[in-house]
Each structure stands twice: as structure tokens, then as C-alpha cells.
Ligand binder design. Sequence first.
Ligand code: SF4
Length: 136
Amino acid sequence: MEADKFMLTVSDLVQYHYCPRKVYFLKVMGVPTVQRKTIIPIEIKYSDFVAAYRGRKKQLTAYAMLLESKYGKKVRKGILYFPEQNEQIEVEISEEDKKYVLRDLEKIRAMIKSERMPGKVEESKCKYCEVAKYCV
Ligand code: SF4
């Protein structure tokens, strides 16, 4: 409804101060956040790569789990939105995906606790890495 877009939340305020365009896409272009009482997390990506990589799917899954715990409703999909290309990808989020995220968290905690350094990843990722100068 037209009047709904003038109902602002704290999140809108936070988004606006992060980037006014985000609010533009959500409020003016109507990029959906909630459809038919379904909660859908949306991640806005400024990237040349319009794709649902594993890491991006994990991120959406983690948001879905946080939304589930806050609102007590199942979240079964999320959206990756690419404003520069004006494209979006709908990502299905299964219960299995959520279990994998919980397993990932266990693995990360175990690694931190053990203080054992993991192996390196493929080199193509290293050029975008902010800790590369510490990594031998
Ligand atoms: S440079 Fe960064 S991405 Fe590459 S192996 Fe080291 S920590 Fe991992």
C-alpha cells in the first residue's frame, strides 16, 4: 500500500545512514522484504559478479536463522539483489542449510579453541584478502 512506504523503522534509519540508495531500492523501487507474511532476508550486493556463491548463500542462511529466532517464523528463502545490474537471485534455504551453518559455527569455534592454523585456500582468493600480509 502507498502509505506503507512512509512508515519508517529503526532499520530504515540505519540503512539510510549506511547508504541512502538502500532505502531508495527498498521503499521506492519496492524491492521486497516481506511477501504475504513471509519473512525474506535481502542482501544487497554491489559486485560485478551476479551469482549465488556458497558464501553468499551461507550469509543469507545465517540471516534467515536470526530472523527465525527473532520472529518465531520459518524462513525458507532469501534474495540476493544486485542494484548495479538491477538483478536479483532468489535463494532457497533448507533446514539442511541451517544445520550446515550451525556445523560451520562449531568448526570455527573449535579452530579458535585449538589455536591451530588451517591450510591455505586457492590463491585466487588471496588477492582480495585483508590479512594477506600476515599470511605466509
Ligand atoms: S592470504 Fe588470506 S585468503 Fe589467502 S590463504 Fe592467507 S588468509 Fe587465506
